[in-house]
Design a protein around this ligand. Structure first.
Ligand code: NOJ
Ligand code: CA
Length: 677
């Protein structure tokens, strides 16, 4: 759907004489970006919010591997402005309608002779954030662009602290978030979230990471962060032919944690519209799977007496899904290749050959008859050379069997991706370099041709590409529930309240929530309350949302399990009711398929009482609040299963007061009462 589109375009016009400053403000005048050139022709930008500096002068430019750097001797040759205000509809998501309202400034930088190469920088200003990207125009003096490094900086003006995970380390993104002074960050992944002394909340990330290397942020000095592109085995970190545009560099700027989450629409807005046309085949769903059993060690991915993916187990899971309204059943360990050291030997996987004790065709047929779909699983151990050679055949088979969705996996240490280079040899790449940005889109677009959706684990980070390719539904890219099974350490009590304002700013996360047994590998207690397991369904958004526990465990908790059966995973609207990064957060979300509202609230190791004004409920209607809350005395270590499930009649204007236990949470379904006839 297109809403009102107001577009005023001022085409690039050469200036009478070179100007050294260009500026633009956001539609409501909240943010202003100013671009300037210093005496040596180096370009920088700065950002102010209501007249106060947020980002001080920060450089722009590139190092090239086969040509002089693009950074000095620039003149501002031209500038242009443009505005847009449109509303577009998401096929699925956290909200149905998204407003895209910005003012744009485009500057053309041209080097003084003799180089005379040109580079354009485009800034889009929203009232709650800025996006900018470089565009390399077609030009005789710069046809092949081999980028050694991007020189973009972000110099945070006010003293600040940051929530971040390290980049360039052995793991990919699966770290516990650190909270340190910004001046103690070394090298971080994005999104990185920053809170300044005056309470401003910032997040740095990127949008539309296509055929380019991911941007890490390295602290250079003070609070100045600088782009550090993920490495490549091929010398240049990015190899492109002009014309092309880089991903958008994004700075979300809000005055509260809640507003920071809301400002994430910017990531989607900066992506291109849906490229797939009719995507009615892309369906959000909850799923169960042959999965947790392997993570707690009772079953194996490999063949043998404890093989999880047997025909018999699959039928049981399909029956369980059908009985309880889950639309998908994930089956891991179904295919040849898991025996031996699969982590190290991705070349052993066969993506079309099931183990002998798993009758794939019969299982798929059984699922279809029960009205559920299988979710395929392609663990590649990051050997993409091997996977790409089988990709077409594997997806053809999935399509033939009616498999609606495939979970991919790239388990390997960072830097351990095996890819075939232009020379025909295997090279080692990073999970988030240019090679992987291409690989993921290859899988997503090949899957789209066959009407299959993708859930990538050990992925490249989310930069909003779901807008353009809505079948790229979800991914991992952070510490999920599996760390509660075997992680050292397991996820800390403030994990969800941190994720909500860091990783989740990027997009959906296949966290795989809902382990009501609260028990990991070897009987290890999971540090959570029951109510918090339910709250995670509302807090941690994913359009493919798992009920991760074993069916026999759900049978032990019919009360709380009811919420997992009820909660949707596709929303008409999303509100952040309250929250502080890493401490607590409360989300309210409206179901797309009904008038129900859902609420999820989680806290860190501290107990707290949240007051929720029920302003979001429709006026003049009574609702029944089905409340799942920590019972008195509940505690994430000492009294984990204490839950109170109750009903209250509520209406708009009421204030719901709920106590959250240390490490606990609350989940609520608001169901409108039937209107009397
Ligand atoms: C790691 C993934 O995150 C997990 O979900 C999966 O079960 C294993 N890899 C095996 O593929
Ligand atoms: Ca993982």
């Amino acid at each position: 759907m297109k809403g009102a589109v107001a577009l005023s375009v001022l085409l690039l016009a050469p200036l009478a004489r070179a100007a050294d400053v260009a500026a633009v403000s956001s539609p409501g005048g909240v943010l202003t970006v100013t671009v300037s050139l210093d005496g040596e022709g180096r370009a920088s930008y700065r950002v102010a919010r209501r007249g106060t500096a947020v980002i001080g002068d920060s450089r722009l430019g590139f190092l090239l591997t086969d040509a002089p750097k693009l950074e000095r001797n620039f003149t501002l040759a031209a500038q242009g402005r443009r505005s847009a205000d449109e509303t577009w509809e998401q096929p699925w998501g956290e909200r149905r309608l998204v407003r895209n309202h910005y003012n744009e400034l485009r500057v053309r930088l041209v080097e003084k002779p003799p180089q005379a190469r040109s580079l354009e920088v485009v800034f889009r200003l929203y009232d709650d954030g800025v996006g900018f990207r470089y565009e390399f125009p077609e030009q005789a003096s710069l046809r092949e662009v081999n980028i050694g490094e991007e020189l973009t900086e972000f110099d945070v003006a006010e003293p600040a602290t940051a929530w971040w995970i390290p980049a360039g380390e052995w793991n990919r993104y699966e770290y516990v978030y650190r909270h340190t002074p910004l001046a103690e960050v070394s090298q971080a992944h994005t999104p990185i979230t920053v809170r300044t002394a005056s309470g401003l909340h910032l997040a740095f990330h990127e949008a539309a990471l296509v055929d380019y290397s991911s941007m890490w942020l390295r602290r250079v000095d003070g609070q100045r962060l600088k782009a550090q592109l993920s490495p490549s085995s091929q010398g240049a970190k990015v190899r492109r032919a002009a014309p092309f545009a880089t991903p958008w560099r994004t700075i979300q700027i809000a005055d509260s944690a809640a507003a920071l989450y809301a400002s994430s629409d910017l990531i989607l807005n900066l992506n291109e519209p849906n490229a797939l046309g009719d995507v009615s085949w892309v369906k959000p769903m909850k799923y169960v799977g042959i999965w947790w059993g392997m993570h707690i060690g009772t079953w194996t991915w490999a063949s043998g007496p404890r093989h999880g993916a047997t025909t018999a187990h699959a039928r049981e899971y399909i029956d369980f899904a059908a009985r309880n309204g889950f639309k998908g059943v994930l089956i891991e360990g179904w295919n040849l290749g898991w025996d031996g050291d699969w982590f190290a030997n991705g070349e052993t996987f066969d993506f079309t050959e099931p183990y002998p004790d798993f009758d794939l065709a019969a299982v798929a047929d059984y699922a279809r008859r029960k009205g559920v779909t299988l979710i395929g699983h392609h663990e590649t151990s990051a050997n993409i050379a091997h996977y790409e050679a089988q990709l077409g055949a594997a997806l053809d088979l999935d399509a033939k069997l009616g498999i609606a969705s495939v979970k991919t996996g790239y388990v390997a240490d960072a830097g351990g991706v095996k890819a075939r280079g232009d020379d025909g040899h295997i090279h080692f790449e990073w999970h988030d370099g240019q090679v992987m940005s291409r690989h993921h889109l290859k899988v997503v677009t090949e899957a789209a041709k066959r009407h299959i959706t993708i859930d990538a684990h050990e992925p490249i980070k989310d930069t909003g590409l779901r807008r353009t390719w809505p079948n790229w539904m979800t991914r991992e890219g952070a510490r999920g529930m599996e760390y509660d099974a075997w992680g050292d350490p397991q996820n800390p009590p403030n994990h969800a309240a941190t994720l909500a304002f860091t990783r989740m700013l990027a997009g959906p996360f296949d966290y795989t929530p809902g382990v009501l047994s609260l028990t990991g590998k070897d009987g290890r207690p999971i540090e959570s309350t029951l109510a918090k397991q339910l709250a995670n369904y509302v807090v941690l958004y994913s359009p493919l949302q798992m009920a991760a526990d074993l069916p026999e465990n759900y049978a032990k908790f019919p009360g709380p399990f009811q919420f997992i059966k009820d909660v949707p995973c596709d929303w008409a609207d999303t509100l952040v009711v309250n929250g502080e990064v890493g401490e607590f957060v409360t989300f309210a979300r409206r179901d797309r398929a009904s008038d129900d509202w859902y609420l999820g609230s989680v806290t860190d190791a501290n107990a707290r009482t949240i007051e929720v004004p029920l302003d979001f409920l429709a006026d003049g209607r009574g609702y029944v609040a089905q409340i799942y809350r920590d019972a008195e005395g509940a505690h994430y270590q000492t009294n984990r299963f204490a839950i109170t499930i109750e009903r209250r009649a509520v209406k708009r204007g009421d204030v719901l007061s709920i106590w959250l236990a240390p490490g606990g949470g609350a989940a609520v379904r608001f169901k409108p009462e039937r209107r009397s006839q």
